[in-house]
Design a protein around this ligand. Sequence first.
Ligand SMILES: [Mn+2]
Length: 411
Amino acid sequence: MRILHTADLHLGQIMYQYYERFDEHRHFFRQIEEWCEMYRPDALLVSGDIFDIQQPSAAVRDFFNSSFVALHRRFPDVKIVVTAGNHDSAARVQADREVWGLSGVKLVGHGPAFDVSASDDGWQDRFIVELPSGFIVALPFMSSLRSEILQSLLDCVAQRNSDGRPVVMMAHQAVAGSNSEGHTDIGNLKAFAINELGSGYDYLALGHIHRPQTLGFDIGDESREQSTYAAGIARYAGSALHVSCDEQYPHTVSLVDIDRHNGTVELRRLRIDELRHFYVLPQTGEPAFQSAEELYDSVDRFCNENGRGYIRLRVDAGCALPVDFQQTIYKKLESTDNEVRYNPQIIRENEAVDEESCEKPVFEVAELQQMSNPLEFIKKTMDNYPELKIEEIEKDFLEIEEEMRKGDSGK
Ligand SMILES: [Mn+2]
């Protein structure tokens, strides 16, 4: 069985609240098409975070539809399986699944219900894809999970798998022990122990963490083009695109060959070519900018020489910048027609250490919603919010909980 495993497309992502990335995603899909042509996989798996936000615009949905329809038209024999991640609206993905099902593309929005029972005949089929070459158990992001339900899915596959075909499972979760360095988005999701996801798969195709990695193996292995494993491994494919200059590691798509159930997993890392790279000016190792003139010159030079990319500036704390310097920079970039893209968050260097000015952790409401105990998280980080009154927050939480209880009993 041969699969092409990717994840975390984040279609519709907008950088610095301004720049769209359609052309970068188009460039990515072009490579997926080339790899489908070259390697003829049995299946293409996208393990969650299809979209960047829960309600993507019509243009972004159109992009999703046309990209996957084009892939399916060109490679009708490649089974496409796409699952929802924590960035996606499970309900919206679920709502489209019947239509995609008509062409054999498998979309999975909701995970298994918590109360599935033996009497609910055939519920497993909503998650199991059976191919002549192997099985795929397609699970989307689940904010909480019941191990016995996942195990019963794998057991169901085992029952049907009398001829020892490879078994692949998909999931979009934070798994304990993974390396999330340079990834600002994941820290707050509950991490599950790998054994909570059940056993009996040969390859667990994970999404969520943007850095490609095979769990339990040296992250340094990622620089190798190929690796061979005994079956039963879990791997993050990594994201389709870079999202910041912190992501210095290569992004790849995983081409996975599995000979048989409990056999050998051959992994090939297909390097993704990025249309736009991330740069800091001046580059790391050089002293930060000392004057506005120096900074303007450097931006001009970048526009002329590179002509394309995301830039962020490092400025010495002692350097005073004119009030209109951001406008001046945007003006300089106009001539590049959005090819040079600017992150207006300046990196200030050599600042006197001052607790107050330390960068505060930023978290989104969506992340709080996924925490099992958001109040606990707020308490742990409350030093960052001197103006916050924890007693009031606690009271608000209690009130909301009370209201939710009332609402539940009313249904
Ligand atoms: Mn995610």
